[in-house]
Design a binder for this molecule. Structure first.
Ligand SMILES: Cc1ncc(COP(=O)(O)O)c(C=O)c1O
Length: 433
């Protein structure tokens, strides 16, 4: 009886938080969750396996979401875990405060252990933050650089990774230089060579995305970091898009700092981020948002997670997202989202009026494919180019990223082959028009 009452309460919170009609919220949150498809269905009929799995998301049946890169889609078991914690936290039964942003509690420690294992680093090197932008700021604002010191970025950085450096340049006289990335890249060596040529004796840090927001290209992080290390230069990698999209082993990559936003491809609740700081560098960074413990170096990377009261329930959701990811299987997830993206790449590349700008080889893309019109349109154009394709997508309720200059398509495990067919129809119609 008590269970039933709790389920109803959960449904009421879900209705309020997610803007769902109460009847629908009760259907989804006050009853047993939809069962996961049987695991062996994956072997016998993979398309049916993924079609059945789609019931784990609230995604509207009359909408197609091909932009889970900007903000991700969170499955029901993760939403349930977050809502259940929101409710139980308000009972204040447990000894520690149910918060995040001050001292570590058991839930946060378990989360850090799980994330550290997933990213192949030590727990003490991993801070939990609220998004990649915050992680990027911790590194940029925390590092002492002198006027005239240089940071080398790429021309495809997201504002959440780039603007902190622009501010640092304006405040402290740090110089910024940019590598112009090829669209599409010809080889990993080509990209590494561009970095090598742009490095000067004053370069102190390379700042670049693992997967860029602009085109979704995967950069050769390991090779770039090896180059930087051989020249005594630090590396900060913005991996906002990488966690959950591609397999990650941060030690193998050899970077010094690495930021992520699990609310994109790892499908966690919104407002979750991680920051890896190589152990030897932990004490070189000042804290960004400062409160108690700012110089408690014994905390190791957790020093960067003490920034005032934040939402622990969201972090409980992040742990549930990681559990969900492992339940489905990281290899299966990557294989599926990449297979679908390959389908997009091949279909788009068949049109002579466009050029695929990232996915020239398998190693350059995971679940993102971007293409530009031939000839290109001026940056910032609001008409022409691919606008008709964007219009055809909008008319069919297909969410994409981009406009006249470029379109970016994201595929994930909830993407269905029928979603792609609808997009291909829109593409054909837009390019015919
Ligand atoms: C490379 C990169 N960095 C940072 C961000 C900002 O992410 P968040 O808003 O989660 O901080 C994005 C968002 O798309 C991104 O693509």
């Amino acid at each position: 009886m008590l269970r039933r009452r709790e389920f109803i309460r959960r449904a009421a919170v879900a209705a309020a938080l997610l803007g769902l009609p109460l009847a629908r919220a009760e259907q989804l949150f006050a009853q047993d969750p939809p069962a996961l498809p049987p695991r062996d269905l994956y072997g016998t009929d993979p398309d049916r396996y993924w079609a059945e799995l789609r019931r784990q998301w609230l995604l509207a049946a009359d909408r197609i979401n091909l932009n889970c890169g900007s903000v991700g889609c969170t499955p029901l078991p993760v939403l349930r875990a977050m809502i259940d914690h929101l409710l139980s936290a308000e009972e204040f039964r447990e000894a520690p405060y149910p918060w995040f942003g001050y001292e570590e509690n058991t839930r946060l420690r378990e989360l850090r252990d799980a994330l550290a294992a997933f990213l192949h680093v030590k727990r003490d090197e991993l801070a939990i933050v609220r998004n990649a932008t915050e992680a990027n700021n911790v590194v940029c604002n925390g590092l002492d650089l002198k006027p005239g010191d240089e940071a080398l970025l790429t021309d495809q950085e997201h504002p959440g990774g780039r603007c902190c450096w622009e501010q640092k340049a304006a405040r402290f006289g740090v110089e910024l230089r940019y590598v112009t990335l090829p669209k599409p890249p010809a080889s990993k060596e080509q990209i590494v060579e561009l970095f090598a040529r742009a490095i000067t004796p004053r370069t102190r840090i390379l700042v670049f995305s693992h997967i860029t927001t602009v085109t979704g290209v995967i950069l050769p992080v390991k090779e770039i970091c090896a180059l930087a290390r051989s020249r005594g230069i630090l590396t900060h990698v913005d991996g906002a898009h990488a966690i959950g999209q591609i397999p990650l082993d941060l030690y193998d990559l050899g970077c010094d700092f690495y930021a992520t936003s699990p609310h994109k491809w790892l499908m966690s609740p919104k407002g979750t981020g991680t920051l890896y700081v190589r152990e030897e560098l932990l004490e070189r960074l000042w804290v960004n948002t400062v409160t108690t413990d700012w110089r408690n170096y014994a905390l190791k990377a957790y020093r960067f997670s003490t920034f005032g009261t934040s939402n622990l329930s969201v972090m409980v959701g992040l742990k549930a997202a990681l559990d969900f990811f492992h339940t489905i299987g990281p290899e299966r997830i990557y294989a599926r989202l990449h297979q679908l993206a390959t389908r997009v790449r091949d279909r788009v590349a068949a049109h002579a009026q466009v050029q695929v700008v990232n996915a020239s080889k398998d190693e350059f893309f995971g679940g993102l494919v971007s293409f530009e019109p031939v000839p290109r349109v001026a940056p910032g154009a609001t008409t022409g180019g691919l606008q008709r394709v964007a219009d055809e997508c909008a008319a069919r309720n297909i969410r994409i990223a981009g406009g006249p200059e470029r379109i970016r398509i994201a595929t994930h495990i909830f993407t269905q082959p029928t979603d792609l067919s609808a997009f291909f129809d829109a593409l054909d119609a837009g390019l015919r028009a």
